[in-house]
Design a protein around this ligand. Structure first.
Ligand code: 5GP
Ligand code: ZN
Length: 112
């Protein structure tokens, strides 16, 4: 499959791994937008949040639990932001569901 994140999960594209389990892979974003910028992805190829159904609810919750755990490991005790961009208007550029974990600086609202 021609999917960058599936290739990262398979190891054919290198990445800086920070976490892995049977459902999940997490790695450093190649173009970080904050001092900590990690991506948490399901190993299963799901194109976006728009493609999930009720069978995936536990998986989507798991991605967030791992984001929280990684935030603690990266000492983001003052807070952090999780983001899922969905579709063209949502700013999604890689069509494999991913949670951004951003932290280490003050975040602003509203996002651009
Ligand atoms: P999106 O714009 O789809 O929400 O987020 C995609 C993210 O993937 C971007 O933040 C981008 O920097 C990151 N990214 C794209 N290609 C690669 C890659 O080959 N390796 C890594 N580590 N991150 C990537
Ligand atoms: Zn994929």
């Amino acid at each position: 499959m021609d999917c960058i994140f599936c290739k990262i999960i398979a190891g054919t594209i290198p990445s800086k791994k920070v976490y892995e389990d049977n459902l999940t892979y997490a790695f450093a974003d190649i173009d970080p937008k904050a001092p900590v910028h990690l991506l948490i992805v399901p190993k299963k190829h799901i194109p976006s949040l728009a493609a999930i159904d009720t069978a995936d609810t536990a998986l989507v919750g798991h991605l967030h639990a791992i984001a929280n755990r990684l935030a603690a490991e990266h000492t983001l005790s003052k807070g952090y932001r999780t983001v899922i961009n969905t579709g063209a208007d949502g700013g999604q550029t890689v069509d494999h569901l991913h949670v951004h974990l951003l932290g280490g600086r003050q975040m602003h609202w509203p996002p651009g």
